[in-house]
Design a protein around this ligand. Structure first.
Ligand code: SAH
Length: 250
């Protein structure tokens, strides 16, 4: 059996109890070395074979998995954050299907969630926005033209932009096609790691601030008025509003 495990955003305590258990039990551990915190490897048993997938191709990763499973070994494949977000996990799962190998996915805390926690903000504020867009700018991987930043920005929803900090100037100019120039923006570098940095600004000044901080990778850009201070109170905790678990009070 292969376990695809969301290793969380960085802080080794932000893996799930189940994810940690599978690392402890694994005979083979393959981790995405560019972003997975190596502290997590301390949970491995001493006899575990450990591979860093950073310098490996898909075929090489698969070869280790297929051979290991044939030998009756238990395999933990660690992905940063949650595997479902830019995890390149689907191609691995489909290949395992073709080999008739069973696998399970253990979700993780994505960096976009650790970013909201670092900022102490809520992405979905009543009266502001009820939608979160997770996206990226095109790099070596293309983005469908319907999803270009300008088109998404037109919704003025909360937007979380992955894999794009290195293109912050272009990103900001394209965001301005939809959002007002004074819309708040935050950049969180290495959310939940000891070296975490937060840069706050607006679309007008964030690019310069990011450059001044020297942030070039491992950061998320979050945009929207959820970062502001104007919103409506929730209906969930409104005393004049009743719901399944609570009746209205005076
Ligand atoms: N599956 C991961 C994302 C992988 S793509 C997840 O769920 O978080 C890699 C990109 O994620 C990086 O370029 C960066 O934009 C973002 N990222 C990953 N870890 C991060 C962290 N701790 N803080 C800020 N951004 C992070």
């Amino acid at each position: 059996m292969v376990y695809f495990i969301g290793a969380g955003p960085g802080d080794p305590e932000l893996i799930t109890v189940k994810g940690k258990k599978h690392i402890e039990e694994a005979d083979i551990v393959i981790y995405a070395g560019s972003l997975v915190n190596k502290e997590l490897l301390k949970y491995c048993k001493p006899s575990a074979q450990i591979y860093n997938s950073a310098g490996m191709t898909l075929d090489e990763v698969l070869k280790i998995m297929v051979k290991g499973v044939k030998e009756g070994k238990k395999i933990a494949r660690l992905h940063t954050g949650d595997p479902s977000i830019y995890g390149a996990v689907r191609e691995q799962m489909d290949a395992l299907d073709r080999h008739g190998i069973q696998y399970k996915v253990i979700p993780g805390v994505s960096s976009f969630l650790a970013t909201a926690a670092a900022l102490k903000k809520e992405y979905t504020l009543p009266g502001v926005t009820q939608t979160v867009i997770l996206t990226r700018m095109e790099g070596r991987t293309e983005v469908p033209s319907e999803e270009r930043i300008e088109a998404l920005a037109a919704h003025k929803a909360t937007m979380v932009i992955f894999l794009s900090i290195g293109m912050i100037d272009e990103l900001v100019s394209r965001l301005k096609a939809g959002y007002e120039e004074n819309t708040p923006v935050a950049v969180v570098y290495k959310a939940s790691w000891p070296e975490q940095k937060i840069v706050r600004g607006t679309l007008a000044d964030i690019a310069g601030k990011v450059r001044a901080e020297g942030i070039k990778k491992t950061a998320l850009v979050v945009v929207g008025n959820f970062l502001g201070d104007e919103y409506e109170l929730s209906k969930l905790y409104d005393k004049s509003f009743s719901h399944e678990f609570r009746s209205a009070r005076e």
